[in-house]
Write a protein that binds this ligand. Structure first.
Ligand code: AMP
Length: 276
């Protein structure tokens, strides 16, 4: 595995590689969720690039950019073990040089859910993803369903701007007890870790309600809220899984998305409810 810091080095390393290029964008602090994306890329593509960049543009004021977990040595080892060919770990000024003044904004699907609670977040995501796609020029890029709204925003970005990249979204990887893996789980105290289980429990309760025949959005949300077990969500909403438009009834593919602060961690989780 080659670690590169600049776009020039990246382009040189890519010229040495062959065939299809798969990109897995990450902010590091790797866990099994990231590793599942790397495994998919390794299976599908000839050359696997992982980017490692904690993108300041996607953190809103007052968020955790300073304390975000960073361990490049460990991430490098895990990336190498996962079969990454090129680790692209640029410094801040390589991505945002002095005078940088462009933002990419995806309308509609960036609003609501996390968009309402993290001002500018999805502009920051769309901007850095556009840049990474232009730098790496991947054939395929891999994202996690854990960040469901992000995946919809990226698909829309690629469609609207005719970006020549295939987007693959892979399932959420969970701890054995159901907690969705997240770099931010590192912030949880043992007591918070226990309370955080309310999120996945809420999703399961909704799945069970739908499996039992419930289709009314308010009733499904009520079942989910009960299972949160006192956790106060930032949002708990049902949306169309395709375009995030609000729904009154669960039908087809309906996304149930939840976010809550647990201790100092802001956690998100979701499930796609399939009802026919
Ligand atoms: P991050 O480093 O948090 O920006 O995440 C990098 C990529 O990993 C994103 O596409 C995330 O959606 C994905 N990801 C994060 N957590 C998980 C998880 N538990 N399961 C699957 N993918 C994940």
């Amino acid at each position: 595995m080659k670690t590169v810091r600049t776009v020039a080095e990246l382009r040189a390393a890519l010229r040495e590689g062959q065939g299809t290029v798969g990109l897995v964008p990450t902010m590091g602090a790797l866990h099994d969720g990231h590793l599942s994306l790397l495994r998919s890329a390794r299976q599908d593509c000839d050359t696997v690039v992982m980017s490692l960049f904690v993108n300041p543009a996607q953190f809103a004021a007052g968020e955790d950019i300073e304390s975000y977990p960073r361990d490049e040595e460990r991430d490098t080892r895990l990336a190498e073990e996962a079969g990454v060919d090129i680790l692209f770990a640029p410094p801040l000024e390589e991505v945002y040089p002095p005078g940088f003044s462009t933002r990419v904004q995806v309308g509609g699907v960036s609003e609501g859910l996390c968009g309402d609670h993290r001002p500018g977040h999805f502009d920051g995501v769309a901007t850095v993803v556009t840049k990474l796609f232009n730098m790496v020029r991947p054939d395929v890029a891999y994202f996690g369903q854990k960040d469901a709204q992000q995946a919809v925003v990226v698909r829309r970005l690629v469609r609207d701007l005719d970006m020549p990249v295939q987007i693959e979204v892979r399932p959420t990887v969970r701890e054995p007890d159901g907690l969705a893996m997240s770099s931010r789980n590192a912030y949880l105290s043992p007591e918070d870790r226990r309370r955080a289980l309310g999120l996945s429990r809420a999703l399961r309760a909704a799945e069970e309600a739908v499996a039992a025949g419930e289709r009314d959005a308010a009733a499904v949300l009520a079942a989910a809220r009960l299972a949160l077990d006192g956790l106060e969500p930032e949002y708990l909403e049902l949306r169309s899984a395709e375009d995030l438009s609000p729904v009154e009834r669960v039908n087809g593919s309906t996304l149930l998305a939840v976010a809550a602060k647990v201790g100092r961690a802001r956690l998100i989780d979701n499930v796609v409810l399939e009802a026919r």
